[in-house]
Structure formats: structure tokens, C-alpha cells
Design a protein around this ligand. Structure first.
Ligand SMILES: [Zn+2]
Length: 323
């Protein structure tokens, strides 16, 4: 490779049902691709094959765009994961898949946990870039957090760290899909808000609908959304008291509710904390691309480039082309 050929990595965000890929240069120029299905209905081995095929296509696209192969591939994957092995995913069903199985032969690869990889991107050049310690909490179909300590997502002793969605808020409350009682996720995930409204009224609704209905005075919507906000305030108060973060970054679909979520949540969190101020709450900066962009950072880490991304500009990222 000559000096005139831009260096780039492949970033791949592998979700339960779909994967998103992109090419990201050392300078932060992003070429984001449309997502595609993981095909998990075909079994875990087929998913690994599909990921490897997609990584190969992205590498080929990069070769034609940039005139050479990628330097590495970074992948965000669900479940329990180390930088070299996807240990287990209940969602996809794989066990002990080495990083090399996800990429064409010869390419360096590094893995990361999906939510923590999004947290890494928010930490390096997103909403958390000016602080060392924060919580990244995407709220979508489920709720999981990335605990960021000194700029690094922390997964705990066994990789289970950050499962805030399954810490109970009402111990005598409703049963969660995980089998426990009263989990935050049961009340405050976007799908829970829609489901709880439908249970109460018989009318199907998305979380976005419920937020709109609550604003227009629908009593059932106000009750369901109010309980979701209270559940989040209980969880965040515990987190703040335990970890003393500089910031709480909320992402995922529910964060798109904007002030309708953030204003009452700030108020309820402050009301629960009697002897200290709450940290600021802010929306995530990177949206649905956080996982792919964090995966690209993992790609750079795979070749020892740990400082890449610190000077990336959000304007460049938002301007990413879709070929
Ligand atoms: Zn649960």
C-alpha cells in the first residue's frame, strides 16, 4: 500500500436480526452501508457465515473505493464477548466463536459487546467525549447500559456488567421476560411502553404514540409514560449514588422523544436525590450508527491504533455517504 492510499477499516454492528456495516478511514471519513438481515432463523453457523460474507463484500467495496484492502475489521456483537471470542449469545445461539471466523482469511479482527461498543464511540467522539466517567443507556426494544469508566466501557468480571435493564425497580411488580420480577425493562423500554398501553386500553400503540398521547392529555398514556419515567428515575438514582458519573447519555428510540422524556426524567431524578445534585442528562450524539462507528474504533485498536477517533468530527460522521 502506498502513502497515497487512504487507510480504512471495516466496522460491523451485528444485532439480533440485522447487521449494519461501514468503511471508516483513519481521518473519520465514513461510508455507511444499508443494513442487512443476519438470518438467525438459519442457525448460529449460518449467521457467522453471513457476517463473514458481508465483511468480505465490504472489504471488496473498500478495495474498489480506496485502492487497497482494509487494515482490519471491528465487530460489535451481542451476548458475552471478549476482544477475541464471541462466547455466547442467547439471541443468536452461538458459543465460543473466534473473531477470525467472522472475517475473510488474513484480516485482523477485534470484537466488542454491542452496547459497550456504542458506549466506546460515544466516549471517544460522541456525547461523552469531554468526560471520563458516564453511563450510556440506549432505550429501545430492551434496555442495557454501557458503564464507561476513565473513557473505557467496563464489562465487569464476567462480561455481564451494565445490565441495568434487569435490575428491579418494583420488587413486587410485573414479571420480566428474563424471569425476574419488576425489572426496569418491563416498565421503561420502548416496547414495554407500547405493550403496557395496549394492555390498559386495548389499543395498539408504539412508545412514540404513547408519548404523543400523553402530551395531548390521554390519561392511560400519561399513567404508562409516567411509570416509565419513574422507573428510569429509580434506576438512575441508584446508578448515580453508586457510581457518581459526570453525565448520563440516553440513546435508542425512546431518546427521540426529546424534552418530553428528558424534562420529566431530570425532574424525577432530582426529586429522588436528596443530598446531592444529579449529573446532567443528555441525548446520545451518534444515533443508530453508534455501534458501527464503535466497531470501526475496535478495528483500529486491532492494529494498535488506540488514539484514532479522538479528533473525528461529528459533521464528517453525519455526512457519511451511502453508495
Ligand atoms: Zn428482566
Amino acid at each position: 500500500m502506498t502513502a497515497s492510499v487512504p487507510e480504512y477499516v471495516v466496522g460491523l454492528d451485528v444485532g439480533g436480526t440485522a447487521m449494519k456495516g461501514g468503511l471508516v478511514t483513519r481521518e473519520g471519513r465514513v461510508t455507511a452501508l444499508d443494513g442487512r438481515p443476519t438470518g438467525r432463523e438459519n442457525g448460529p453457523e449460518a449467521v457467522v457465515d453471513a457476517v463473514r460474507a458481508y465483511a468480505g463484500e465490504l472489504a471488496d467495496l473498500g478495495s474498489s473505493l480506496f485502492g487497497g484492502p482494509p487494515v482490519a475489521v471491528g465487530l460489535a456483537v451481542p451476548g458475552i464477548v471478549t476482544s477475541t471470542t464471541a462466547m455466547y449469545s442467547a439471541n443468536i445461539g452461538w458459543r465460543q466463536v473466534p473473531a477470525a471466523a467472522f472475517v475473510p482469511p488474513g484480516l485482523p479482527a477485534r470484537l466488542g459487546h454491542d452496547v459497550r461498543t456504542g458506549g466506546l464511540a460515544e466516549s471517544v467522539f460522541g456525547a461523552g467525549k469531554d468526560v471520563d466517567d458516564f453511563l450510556f443507556l440506549p432505550i429501545g426494544t430492551g434496555i442495557a447500559g454501557a458503564v464507561v469508566l476513565r473513557g473505557e466501557p467496563y464489562g465487569g468480571a464476567n462480561g455481564w456488567g451494565g445490565e441495568i435493564g434487569h435490575a428491579a425497580v418494583w420488587p413486587a411488580g410485573e414479571k420480566c421476560a428474563c424471569g425476574q420480577i419488576g425489572c426496569l425493562e418491563t416498565y421503561a423500554s420502548a416496547s414495554a411502553i407500547g405493550r403496557r398501553y395496549e394492555t390498559r386500553t386495548g389499543r395498539a400503540a408504539t412508545a412514540k404514540d404513547v408519548v404523543g398521547l400523553a402530551a395531548s392529555g390521554d390519561p392511560a398514556a400519561q399513567e404508562v409514560f409516567g411509570e416509565a419515567v419513574e422507573a428510569l428515575a429509580i434506576s438512575l438514582a441508584s446508578y448515580v449514588l453508586t457510581m457518581d458519573p459526570s453525565l448520563i447519555v440516553i440513546g435508542g428510540g425512546l431518546s427521540e422523544a426529546g424534552p418530553a422524556l428528558f424534562d420529566p426524567l431530570r425532574e424525577r431524578l432530582a426529586a429522588r436525590l436528596t443530598f446531592r445534585d444529579p449529573p446532567p442528562l443528555c441525548p446520545a450524539a451518534l444515533g443508530v450508527q453508534a455501534g458501527m462507528l464503535g466497531a470501526a474504533l475496535l478495528g483500529w485498536q486491532a492494529v494498535g491504533a488506540h488514539d484514532v477517533g479522538r479528533d473525528w468530527s461529528l459533521d464528517v460522521l453525519r455526512g457519511g455517504e451511502v453508495p
